[in-house]
Design a protein around this ligand. Structure first.
Ligand code: MSP
Length: 506
């Protein structure tokens, strides 16, 4: 079974921040989980390099847009391995192969009669690179998204996309596919936008050269969103040299994105695909904003224009990538807005990662080494503990099927805590004192090793590097979901020394 997951492609007019890492990690968790299921997975991320904002920043720095794009795209490319993202490809929209495919698809939309030329006048936000509708304009003609940014009154001859003629087809799409957009609040929001009546949208820019040329009118470039959205489709045709993956992976299974770009993905994008007679993606998963919580508990959106961004590189230097991945999805329920702060980060690192999980693993391995010469006893797991793990794998899979990434993590963590209680209840150090406790000690150590293995296989999508280290110390390689059942692997293996998983930060 094919599973194709994407992130938005990020603008190169600024450096990556935690918000970008957050979306990418969310997509990565799903990609890794589906690989554990044995599916044929393709995970795409990349950079959105055209458009006015990039051209403007480049101009202010006295360099060409391409130079700026090259420099900043590199930072996003570097971010991916640093956050342990397992993307199969990184698309850059300045890639000539992307441009060519955009022109082909847009030409088809043109030839199908969905494009016309007209004069356009409207309020335009240079930061969004978007003309604004009435509801999107703030007091004094400012942008509601980029608070306070004055909108420009723009007038130009443009090519238009007949979005209005897709009102009915989009209503039908939404009626037929109740989970096309989730969570439900975002589905309702997108549908309300469609029901409010769709206006045609400008598709090209005349006074800009940094973009993909309109093939039927070379004096224009495509409005950046048309070029950008198509990345999800074009990438498949050239991601693997000589092997077009379009048939295998299109339509996408999941587009993951923040709520700021809902309209483009949930309205424009399916309309474009319908116009080009291409299948629309299966699902769009919309998440909320990461908000910075300051020392007074006040939360504001993390954004480059507000200058309150957490630098993911800095956090990872101190705590490691997996801690960042864990924290983001533990602290902020995927789909909702949520506050992050360095204080709660430190707390969770210490109490959950280092104590509840790291110590559980190191204590268990140390006891197996001390009491059983490093060999996991080859006995059955504890029948009293087993019911607490019943159905866990199915539960986690079902939650991840609904992209409930935080809830799935919570279910796994409940078992980490259950194992800690089990240590206290069984007190292996007491059992070890007395020969009469020997059989029970075997069962306890075996159950702890197996419990840790189970949660670690399930945690692998969240913390791949840590999970790999821990599984190796347990003498295990198997990562499949099938193998994750408690008691699913035999005892009798030899454990190795475990490096400290969550050392005290520098
Ligand atoms: N280039 C467009 C997307 C084109 S997709 C065809 C764009 N780029 S962006 O660089 O602004 O990235 C926006 C995305 O980054 C959001 O949708 C979200 O996924 C992520 N985030 C940026 N800031 C964020 C937060 N503060 N919180 C959560 N996610 C954030 O829009």
């Amino acid at each position: 079974m094919a599973f194709y997951v994407t992130t938005p492609i990020y603008y190169v007019n600024a450096a990556p921040h935690l918000g970008h890492a957050y979306t990418t990690i969310g997509a990565d968790i799903l990609a890794r989980h589906h690989r554990q299921r044995g599916e044929d997975v393709f995970f795409l991320t990349g950079t959105d390099e055209h458009g006015e904002p990039v051209a403007k920043v480049a101009e202010s720095q006295g360099i060409s847009p391409k130079e700026l794009a090259d420099r900043n795209a590199r930072q996003f490319q570097d971010l991916m391995p640093r956050i342990n993202a397992s993307n199969d490809f990184f698309i850059r929209t300045s890639d000539p192969r992307h441009k060519q495919r955009v022109q082909e698809v847009m030409q088809r939309i043109h030839d199908n009669g969905h494009v016309y030329k007209d004069l356009y006048e409207g309020w335009y936000c240079p930061k969004c690179a978007d003309f604004k509708t009435e509801q999107e304009i703030g007091p004094g003609n400012t942008c509601k998204i980029h608070e306070g940014t004055p909108l420009d009154r723009e007038r130009e001859e443009n090519w238009f996309f007949r979005l209005s003629s897709f009102e009915q087809p989009l209503k039908e799409l939404y009626a037929q596919r109740p989970d096309f957009v989730s969570p439900r609040t975002r589905y309702n929001e997108a549908l309300a936008f469609i029901n409010g009546g769709l206006q045609d949208v400008s598709l090209s820019r005349a006074n800009l050269t940094w973009g993909v040329e309109v093939p039927w009118d070379r004096a224009h470039v495509f409005y950046v969103w048309f070029d950008a959205l198509l990345n999800y489709y074009t990438a498949l045709s050239f991601a693997r040299d000589g092997d077009d993956l379009t048939e295998r992976f299109w339509p996408a299974s999941y587009h993951i994105l923040g709520k700021d770009i809902l309209k483009f993905h949930a309205v424009f994008w399916p309309a474009m695909l319908l116009a080009a007679e291409l299948p629309v993606p299966e699902r769009e998963l919309i998440h909320g904003y990461l908000l910075m919580r300051d020392s007074e508990g006040i939360e504001t959106k993390m954004s480059k224009s507000l200058g309150n961004v957490i630098d993911p590189f800095e956090v990872m230097d101190r705590f490691g990538a997996d801690a960042l991945r864990y924290y983001c999805f533990r602290e902020v329920s995927f789909g909702h807005d949520g506050g992050v702060s360095t204080v709660t980060f430190g707390e969770r690192y210490e109490s959950e990662l280092a104590n509840e999980y790291g110590n559980l693993a190191s204590r268990t391995l140390a006891m197996i080494t001390r009491y059983r010469d490093g060999v996991v006893p080859d006995v059955d797991v504890d029948a009293d503990l087993a019911p607490d793990f019943d159905g866990l794998v199915a539960e986690v899979s079902e939650l991840l099927d609904r992209a409930e990434i935080t809830q799935a993590l919570d279910r796994i963590w409940q078992r980490v805590r259950r194992l800690n209680r089990y240590v206290e209840e069984t007190a292996p150090w007491q059992l070890a004192k007395d020969e009469a406790g020997s059989d029970q000690l075997d069962v306890t150590l075996r159950s702890l090793a197996e419990g840790i293995r189970t949660v670690t296989v399930l945690l692998h999508p969240y913390m791949p590097e840590t999970a790999a280290k821990l599984l190796e110390a347990l003498g295990e390689r198997e990562l499949t979901l099938e193998s994750a059942a408690f008691g699913g692997r035999p005892g009798g293996g030899t454990v190795a020394k475990l490096p400290q998983l969550f050392p005290k930060p520098q």
